[in-house]
Design a protein around this ligand. Structure first.
Ligand code: ZN
Length: 412
């Protein structure tokens, strides 16, 4: 998210001469600072697209690559569905979504999401029972880049690029104030009408709710009942701050519209553990944000949805405001995002029934049904009277009852 109005604006206000320097740097495509290309630390959109296709092609038993839309610029919107037998769409498996790159300039979020996907595949291939359990009971969805068009502009040297590059009348198309597009994290339904209607704002909400193909595409995907049965938890990975946000994102809305007490308590448990694992706070940001993905996911699906704002300073320009520029810091930041995501996928965060338990419960129910039918008075001339030894059905009875001691695990 990281609409850090206070930082660039603060710099401008501290001294007029800086305005000239700063704008000159931006006009030159941030030549004075680090750029995506010069950093050399991040996969490009094209590289991630090739990588995602390869990951799915070489792991068809656990990875399915889904195109859920096409951008205004004609680029594919891609999601990786990672679970055992991903084409089966098992309704018993709750879905988990991890997404990065909603804001074009936040390369570290995309990097974190795609490395999480690789981490899950590598862990499963290693034979680890932890990963086996996750992918057999959970339906994981990962979107490394939610904003391909904006991302490609950013990769071309515009380190300030945040929006989706979908031009609306009145938006400058050249120079330092290049600001084409909509802020995709203001285009979602929750209180969209309260977000900025000014086309030149960095947080422009768009002409209507879900006006943008990136937002509409994801919304359609999440409502596709053949793919999503219950979106249990989600993380939208951003950068520029170091905090874990849960609904409601806006500091003025958060206290004014409290969540139900048990839901709030669960959110707090999850957020506090994610905070421990990352070192990030759980504090609200200093500005209101409406139309965000995270708030909309909670409002629409009841999802335990978080915005994870990652940041490792210091910053010296727009690129470093959002992205680490040395490999060690990049890797440490990615590792934190992976750790918090793996926690949400763990039994510690959500107890999800093992498939074996589901099978046993179903088997027990069938057994009880069979025993009950056997005890009905036999229909003469249709079913021959062949009495079974009494002890056999009793033993089956006891076995069936035992399995029904476990349904409490379905609470999550
Ligand atoms: Zn962001």
């Amino acid at each position: 998210m990281a609409f850090r109005s206070s930082l660039p604006a603060g710099r401008l206000l501290r001294g007029l001469p800086c305005i000239v320097c700063w704008l000159a740097a931006l006009a030159a495509g941030n030549a004075a600072g680090v750029t995506f290309q010069s950093s050399g630390l991040y996969q490009s959109f094209d590289q991630m697209t090739v990588w995602a296709a390869n990951l799915a092609a070489t792991n068809p038993d656990i990875v399915n690559l889904v195109q859920y839309g096409t951008t205004t610029g004609g680029r594919p919107l891609l999601a990786l569905n990672i679970t055992i037998n991903p084409l089966a769409n098992d309704p018993n498996k709750p879905e988990f979504l991890f997404a990065g790159g909603l804001h074009a300039r936040e390369a570290i979020g995309s990097e974190s999401a795609y490395k999480l996907a690789q981490h899950l595949v590598n862990g499963y291939r290693s034979g680890s029972s932890t990963f086996q359990n996750i992918l057999s009971t959970r339906d994981v969805w990962i979107i490394p880049t939610q904003n391909p068009d904006g991302r490609v502009v950013f990769e071309g040297g515009y380190s300030t690029m945040r929006k989706n590059d979908h031009w609306y009348s009145g938006q400058p198309t050249v120079g330092p104030s290049y600001a084409r597009g909509v802020d995709l994290n203001r285009n979602y339904p929750h209180k969209w009408n309260l977000a900025s209607a000014s086309v030149n704002d960095e947080t422009y909400r768009g002409p209507s709710v879900l006006s943008e193909p990136e937002a509409q595409g994801l919304w359609n995907l999440l409502h596709d009942k053949t793919r999503f049965s219950r979106l249990l938890a989600a993380v939208d990975i951003h950068s520029g701050a170091a905090t874990i946000l849960s609904p409601w994102t806006s500091p003025s809305e958060f206290p004014a519209y409290p969540l139900p007490a048990d839901t709030r308590a669960k959110f707090d448990i999850l957020a506090n553990r994610m905070s421990q694992l990352t070192g990030y706070s759980t504090a609200r940001l200093g500005y209101n944000s409406y139309g965000t993905l995270t708030d909309s996911l909670y409002e629409e699906f009841g999802t335990y949805a978080f915005t994870e704002e990652v940041f490792e300073g210091p910053f010296t320009d727009y690129f470093t405001l959002f992205n680490p520029i040395d490999q060690a810091t990049r890797d440490a930041t990615v590792d934190k995002a992976i750790a918090s995501s793996m926690y949400l996928l763990s039994d510690e965060a959500f107890v999800v029934p093992e498939p074996s338990v589901v099978v046993l419960l179903a088997g027990g129910a069938l057994l009880l049904l069979f025993v009950a039918l056997r005890r009905r008075p036999p229909i003469a001339l249709v079913i021959p009277m062949t009495p079974k030894p009494c002890g056999a059905s009793h033993r089956r009875d006891a076995s069936g009852t035992q399995h029904h001691e476990k349904p409490t695990h379905r609470r999550y």
